[in-house]
Design a protein around this ligand. Sequence first.
Ligand SMILES: *[C@@H]1O[C@H](CO)[C@@H](O)[C@H](O)[C@H]1NC(C)=O
Ligand SMILES: *[C@@H]1O[C@H](CO)[C@@H](O)[C@H](O)[C@H]1NC(C)=O
Ligand SMILES: *[C@@H]1O[C@H](CO)[C@@H](O)[C@H](O)[C@H]1NC(C)=O
Ligand SMILES: *[C@@H]1O[C@H](CO)[C@@H](O)[C@H](O)[C@H]1NC(C)=O
Ligand SMILES: *[C@@H]1O[C@H](CO)[C@@H](O)[C@H](O)[C@H]1NC(C)=O
Ligand SMILES: *[C@@H]1O[C@H](CO)[C@@H](O)[C@H](O)[C@H]1NC(C)=O
Ligand SMILES: *[C@@H]1O[C@H](CO)[C@@H](O)[C@H](O)[C@H]1NC(C)=O
Ligand SMILES: *[C@@H]1O[C@H](CO)[C@@H](O)[C@H](O)[C@H]1NC(C)=O
Ligand SMILES: *[C@@H]1O[C@H](CO)[C@@H](O)[C@H](O)[C@H]1NC(C)=O
Ligand SMILES: *[C@@H]1O[C@H](CO)[C@@H](O)[C@H](O)[C@H]1NC(C)=O
Ligand SMILES: *[C@@H]1O[C@H](CO)[C@@H](O)[C@H](O)[C@H]1NC(C)=O
Ligand SMILES: *[C@@H]1O[C@H](CO)[C@@H](O)[C@H](O)[C@H]1NC(C)=O
Length: 729
Amino acid sequence: MMSSSWNALFAYFGLVLAFSDPSLAQTCWRNSTCSSITKTAFPGRWDKYIYAPSSRTVAPKSVLSLATGQNISSYPGTNLTLATNGSALVFDFGLEVGGIVTIKYTVAGTGKGAVGLAFTEAKNWIGEWSDSSNGAFRGPDGALYSNFSGPGANVTYTMPDAKIRGGFRYLTLFLLAPNASVQIADVSLEIGFQPTWSNLRAYQGYFYCNDDVLNKIWYAGAYTLQTNAVPPSTGRKAGPMSTSGWMNDGYLGPGNTIIVDGAKRDRAVWPGDMGVAVPSTFVSVGDLESVKNALQVIYDYQNTDGSFPEAGPPLLQQGSDTYHMWTMIGTYNYLLYTNDTAFLRKNWSSYLRAMTYIYAKVRSPLGLLNVTGTRDWARWQTFGLMSHAQMILYRTLTTGAELAVWASEAFLPSSSPSSSSSPNLTTLFLSRASMLQNATLTHCYSPSGNAFKDNTSSPIFPQDANSLSLAFSLIPPFSVLGKKISTSLLRNWTPIGPASPELPGQISPFISSFEILAHLQAGYSSRSLKLIRSSWGWYLSHPNGTGGSTVIEGYLVNGSFAYRHNRGYADTSYVSHAHGWSSGPTSALTEYVLGLRITERLGKKWLFAPQMGDLTQAEGGFWVNGTGGFKAAWVKYTNKPAKGDYGDGYRVELDTPEGTRGEIRLPVLKNGEMPEIKLDGKLLDEIVDLSWYYRRDNTGRVGDEEDLDLVDLVGGVEGGKHTIYVNAK
Ligand SMILES: *[C@@H]1O[C@H](CO)[C@@H](O)[C@H](O)[C@H]1NC(C)=O
Ligand SMILES: *[C@@H]1O[C@H](CO)[C@@H](O)[C@H](O)[C@H]1NC(C)=O
Ligand SMILES: *[C@@H]1O[C@H](CO)[C@@H](O)[C@H](O)[C@H]1NC(C)=O
Ligand SMILES: *[C@@H]1O[C@H](CO)[C@@H](O)[C@H](O)[C@H]1NC(C)=O
Ligand SMILES: *[C@@H]1O[C@H](CO)[C@@H](O)[C@H](O)[C@H]1NC(C)=O
Ligand SMILES: *[C@@H]1O[C@H](CO)[C@@H](O)[C@H](O)[C@H]1NC(C)=O
Ligand SMILES: *[C@@H]1O[C@H](CO)[C@@H](O)[C@H](O)[C@H]1NC(C)=O
Ligand SMILES: *[C@@H]1O[C@H](CO)[C@@H](O)[C@H](O)[C@H]1NC(C)=O
Ligand SMILES: *[C@@H]1O[C@H](CO)[C@@H](O)[C@H](O)[C@H]1NC(C)=O
Ligand SMILES: *[C@@H]1O[C@H](CO)[C@@H](O)[C@H](O)[C@H]1NC(C)=O
Ligand SMILES: *[C@@H]1O[C@H](CO)[C@@H](O)[C@H](O)[C@H]1NC(C)=O
Ligand SMILES: *[C@@H]1O[C@H](CO)[C@@H](O)[C@H](O)[C@H]1NC(C)=O
């Protein structure tokens, strides 16, 4: 009764059927060409976690007193009056939003005046000046003004497009007029992000588990990524930056939508940020159009020496070896998800020039990358033989090796005797990766510290290099060395997240996004969940943030919304509260905790390898354009066997498209004991064309950490629906 049990499990999570809702008939942004994505791919009761509104035009949720910050009324309320000069009301949208505001009001009294509009993401900066975004730090962002000429007027004011405010939650309206008063009749916002989507809730992926906090964080990451997908004509002004006020009318790149670093700012393409943002986009929102355009603009602006800009236009920051490599890694990610070989063909020679450029910085005698392009994610220093740069280069080379296979399959001339003199790039990149791995372990690892040093001689054990070493498999998953590194990372932990040794006093959810992967790769699932709950959970419940609707760029160990104050952020209100680089939990929860991820282009191959931690149930999935829907669900049962189940254990349901093939790696119930495993009703040993491998964990338990042996189903299964029971014998 495979299909009935399959239905039962998904029903357990409350799967409901999709009904098309006529109220969802909406528009895309302005002149954007609409995406063909219009409907949620996996409707269900998890839809309640989607923060995106069902309409592109939204109203505030409540009205606050500026003086006290307290709620005065829900919006619209009955009497929204700005009575005298300096009177103000704060309109709270209840979550992160962004776009173009329109206000309507009537004027009484005498004389002319103005209504000011000031914006902020965080509640600490409500007031007559907007939070900081212009990047020059010379004059404040200030406010916009709707000037009126006298009494009796019914004014409708729409802010200019160039003044689009990409990220805010609070709008303060205040009166500047000696002898007039104003009655606010209406406040509305036309959302500017996710411009090509007619239905902002049309998610192509979902996640649902028994921990409400994790569900909210998964959807906060997803919504953040939506706020970061913006019209390509709304980049922040740069060269020079605005020295007061703000301007968001710069060219960001081609197409109708593009993914930038943050909703409020910088509003520029940053390839390093995409290292986290893009995998999370793939499993949740599913908007790869924005990703393609972001990568393309970096290729379009490649320098003649082969280097890529660190950021796209208008910013066009230069001089970063790490962000250079992130563009190359991003190319792999995008191809993995889409198999867009036209894109690869168009940019392949540029990619190879970029590889030549960066690999020329690997010099003997040590065989390490010597970083000379020193800009980076904001760590204190990046030059010379930096450990984290070796990790990123290792990933660049291993992904480059795969890209070379894909390029040769898709459009390079097939190898012939005459071309045998040209090197096989896959072989070349893999041998370079292996030499680099050896050199990095030899020169950057500290056996006494059980961790990588910041560079070959530094006394610091940084969060980034150690996290990336595992996330990018320079250290093999589940290895003894990996477990040591995972444990050494715990030294940085505070109750509200890990303090980065390489950026003292600060907490970086960007680097912590890789640390989540590091603990999972080490086999310590519970550590990853603890990390998500401490850092992202802290922001989720913060009274002054975006109500948990987004993920924040960074903050201080003392719990204040400040970041990089000693690294160029001259104003603490500059911090972005909707930054895709902090969306790591979204992909980690789907790909590692639920355990479903694709390993070959378009999901032709995939892996199911759950890492359950303290969760008892999870399900989720994602839609792959061109292949179909991928879903997985698991539920543990402890002394409460469901009908048809027996004993303690867990049950898995998989549903993947026909024509795909998946590997399966299952945690045992108790170390050293092979459980009874049934696949589609048959014991493993009864299945002739499947062998399995018991992978013993040799390090034992560390404290209360789960550290389970694994059973690999060698060769895996064909796509389709599968049910697995793992039971105590
Ligand atoms: C604000 O106050 C009004 C009435 O005083 C109440 O109906 C509403 O629920 C409150 N809103 C919030 C977000 O607390
Ligand atoms: C509306 O509020 C203003 C300012 O708070 C006050 O002066 C006025 O009397 C109120 N009007 C009504 C009808 O409550
Ligand atoms: C009017 O209000 C503004 C804003 O609060 C203030 O800066 C200004 O000094 C006030 N003007 C007068 C004449 O009180
Ligand atoms: C929230 O902001 C208010 C006003 O700035 C401040 O007094 C309060 O301490 C902040 N709350 C937290 C938890 O930081
Ligand atoms: C509109 O009002 C603001 C604030 O009082 C003022 O600075 C600005 O000069 C006014 N603009 C016009 C065109 O009158
Ligand atoms: C302004 O709008 C109000 C409400 O719609 C209306 O009653 C009033 O007559 C209008 N005043 C003017 C001057 O148009
Ligand atoms: C849409 O309008 C913007 C601003 O006017 C312009 O820069 C952009 O090129 C237009 N996009 C398309 C797809 O026509
Ligand atoms: C790295 O490159 C810089 C700049 O070219 C050079 O000064 C330095 O000696 C190099 N370091 C190593 C270890 O090769
Ligand atoms: C290069 O070698 C790899 C394996 O090392 C192989 O898969 C690939 O087909 C080769 N490429 C060419 C163009 O021969
Ligand atoms: C690096 O390679 C050398 C030569 O093959 C080998 O002796 C050494 O053990 C390797 N070191 C590491 C850390 O892998
Ligand atoms: C990717 O696309 C190319 C054609 O562009 C095709 O030859 C190849 O089979 C595709 N690969 C997958 C895994 O779908
Ligand atoms: C789906 O893939 C096709 C090419 O296979 C592409 O033309 C289309 O734009 C993709 N759809 C979306 C929504 O990305």
